[in-house]
Design a protein around this ligand. Structure first.
Ligand code: UD1
Ligand code: CA
Length: 470
C-alpha cells in the first residue's frame, strides 16, 4: 500500500516571537523540521509533501538539498483541514495511506509511526488517530468516545463543553488517513466553530456519521508528542534529545564525564573507550575513533578524529581531520581544511588553517600555520608564523620532511623550506631555503661593552631612581 506523508508547517508560530520560520529554529544541532524529515525517512514513503505558508521561501531554501520533497503553499492559513486540502493536486487520484504529521513535533519516533500505520491497516480504518492521556489536557483537542468506547468526534478546547474539557485523552494531531474518502470529505468541512477555521478534527465526526471506521492508537508516553510553541519548549526538547543521544553513546561504549553539559549532535559517531569531558560539544558530521580522550570544553564540528587522539581543554576543531595518536591543545584552534597526521602534535595557542601537519611533526606552542603543507617529523618552534596573506591574496608555505624551524620565525609566503633544512630562530624568511641548509635572516647582534656605565655618566640620575642601599 503506497504511503504518502504530509507534514504541516504553514503556521506562523507566533509564540516563538521570531522573524524566522518556526520550523527552521535550531534544535539540537539542526533545523527543527530536519528531525521530522529524518524520522520520515525511515518509513520509505512514496512521496513526502510539505505544506508551507509563513516563511515559505525560507523553508524551501533551507530544504533545497532534498529534491524528493514536494512543497505545497497554503496561503492564507485557514486551519488544519484547509492545510491538508492543499495537497489535493499532488495526491488526487492516488490510492493508499496518508500519514499526517506536524513539523513542530520533533520527538516523534519512527517506531510509533509504524505502529500507527499497522493499527490503521489492521482496522481497515478510514482514519486512525494517535492519542495519549495527559494530566493537563488544556489546549488540546479531546477524544470524545461513546459508551462502547468508540470514538465519536474530536472537540477543540474552545468548542468543548465543561464536561468534555474534563476528558484527558487528547488528539496528538497525528493521523493515518485512507486516501479514498479523504479529499471529497475535506471539501465538506465547514468553519462553524469558535475559531472560524477548517478543522481537520471535524473529519472524525463526519466519518462516523457515514459509518466509516475510525481507529485510535493511544500512546502511554506523551513525551514523544510534545510540540514546540515557544523557545522554552525548544530548550526543553533540546534537553530531551541530548539525553537520548548521550544515552545511546554511553551504551555504545563512550564515557561521558558529565552528560548534563555534553552536547552531541545526532550524526556524530564515537568509538569505544573514548572519554569525553565536561562541556564538550560534538557537532555536525563528526566522527571520533576509539580510545580518545577529549578534555573539557572542547568543540569539534564536522571533523574526523582517529583512534587514541588526545584533545586538551578549550580547543576548537572545525572541518578538519586528526589522525591516530595525534594530540591537540589546550587552547588550539584547528580551522577548516586542516589535516593533522598520525602522532603529530599541535600545542597550546596554535592556530592551523588549511594546513597539513605531517606524521610525527610538532607545533607545540604559539604558532599560526595557514595554507601550509608540512612534511613528517618537522619541528615548528614556538611563535612561528606563516605570513600567508599579502593583503590581497593567500600564498602557500611548504615545509618538507625533517625541517627544524627555530622559534619566533616568520615564513613569508610563498616560500619552501627544503628537506632537512634549519631555520634559525628569529628569522624572517623571504626566500626558499634549500634542503639541508641553514636559513638565517635576522640582523647580526652587536654587544657594546661598558655601555651602561657610559650612559649613566652621560645623563643625570632620574628623579625617583631607587636609592642605593647596599
Ligand atoms: C491541533 C488540533 C488539536 C490537537 C493539536 C495537537 C485541529 C483543529 N486541532 O490544534 O486537536 O490536539 O493540534 O497539537 O486540528 N497548520 C498549518 N496551516 C493551518 C493551521 C495549522 O499548516 O492553517 C499547522 C501548524 O503549522 C502546526 C499544526 O498545523 O504545525 C497545528 O496547528 P495548530 O494551530 O498549532 O493546531 P492546534 O490549535 O494546536
Ligand atoms: Ca499547536
Amino acid at each position: 500500500m503506497p504511503l504518502f506523508v504530509v507534514i504541516l508547517a504553514a503556521g506562523k508560530g507566533t509564540r516563538m516571537k521570531s522573524g524566522r520560520a518556526k520550523v527552521l529554529h535550531n534544535l539540537a544541532g539542526r533545523p527543527m523540521i530536519q528531525h521530522v524529515l529524518r524520522t520520515v525517512d525511515a518509513l520509505k514513503a512514496t512521496k513526502t509533501v510539505l505544506v508551507i505558508g509563513h516563511g515559505a521561501d525560507e523553508v524551501k531554501a533551507a530544504l533545497g538539498g532534498r529534491p524528493d520533497l514536494e512543497f505545497v503553499v497554503q496561503s492564507p492559513q485557514l486551519g488544519t483541514g484547509h492545510a491538508l486540502l492543499q495537497t489535493e493536486p499532488v495526491l488526487v487520484g492516488k490510492s493508499g495511506t496518508v500519514l499526517l504529521l506536524y513539523a513542530d513535533v520533533p520527538l516523534l519516533e519512527a517506531g510509533t509511526l509504524k505502529r500507527l500505520l499497522e493499527t490503521h491497516a489492521g482496522a481497515r480504518a478510514a482514519a486512525t488517530i494517535l492519542t495519549t492521556v495527559v494530566e493537563e489536557p488544556y489546549g488540546y483537542g479531546r477524544i470524545v468516545r461513546d459508551e462502547a468506547g468508540q470514538v465519536q468526534r474530536i472537540v477543540e478546547e474552545r468548542d468543548a463543553s465543561g464536561e468534555e474539557r474534563g476528558i484527558r485523552e487528547i488528539n496528538s494531531g497525528i493521523y493515518a488517513f485512507s486516501l479514498a474518502p479523504l479529499f471529497e470529505s475535506l471539501h465538506q468541512l465547514a468553519t462553524d466553530n469558535a475559531q472560524g477555521e477548517y478543522y481537520l478534527t471535524d473529519l472524525i465526526a463526519m466519518y462516523r456519521q457515514r459509518n466509516l471506521a475510525v481507529a485510535t492508537l493511544c500512546l502511554d508516553r506523551a513525551d514523544e508528542l510534545r510540540g514546540v510553541n515557544t523557545r522554552v519548549d525548544l530548550a526543553d526538547i533540546t534537553t530531551i534529545m541530548r539525553a537520548r543521544k548521550n544515552r545511546a553513546v554511553m551504551l555504545a561504549g563512550t564515557t561521558l564525564d558529565d552528560p548534563s553539559t555534553t552536547a552531541i549532535d545526532d550524526d556524530v559517531t564515537i568509538g569505544a573507550d573514548t572519554i569525553v569531558g565536561r562541556g564538550v560539544a560534538l557537532e555536525g558530521r563528526t566522527t571520533i575513533g576509539e580510545g580518545c580522550r577529549i578534555h573539557a570544553n572542547v568543540r569539534i564540528a564536522n571533523a574526523t578524529i582517529g583512534d587514541r587522539v588526545t584533545i586538551l581543554d578549550h580547543s576548537v576543531i572545525v572541518d578538519s581531520t586528526v589522525a591516530d595518536g595525534a594530540a591537540v591543545g589546550p587552547f588550539a584552534h584547528v580551522r577548516p581544511g586542516s589535516e593533522i597526521q598520525q602522532d603529530a602534535r599541535v600545542g597550546n595557542f596554535v592556530e592551523l588553517k588549511k594546513t597539513r601537519l605531517g606524521r610525527g611533526s610538532k607545533a607545540s606552542h604559539l604558532a599560526y600555520l595557514g595554507d601550509a603543507t608540512i612534511g613528517e617529523k618537522v619541528n615548528v618552534g614556538a611563535g612561528t608564523i606563516t605570513c600567508n596573506y599579502d593583503g590581497e591574496t593567500k600564498h602557500p608555505t611548504v615545509i618538507e620532511d625533517g625541517v627544524f624551524i627555530g622559534s619566533d620565525s616568520q615564513l613569508i609566503a610563498p616560500v619552501t623550506i627544503g628537506k632537512g633544512a634549519y631555520v634559525a630562530a628569529g628569522s624572517s624568511i623571504t626566500d626558499d631555503v634549500p634542503a639541508e641548509a641553514l636559513g638565517i635572516a635576522r640582523a647580526r647582534q652587536e654587544n657594546k661593552p661598558g655601555w651602561v656605565a657610559a650612559r649613566k655618566a652621560r645623563r643625570p640620575a632620574p628623579k625617583n631612581a631607587p636609592k642605593e642601599t647596599r
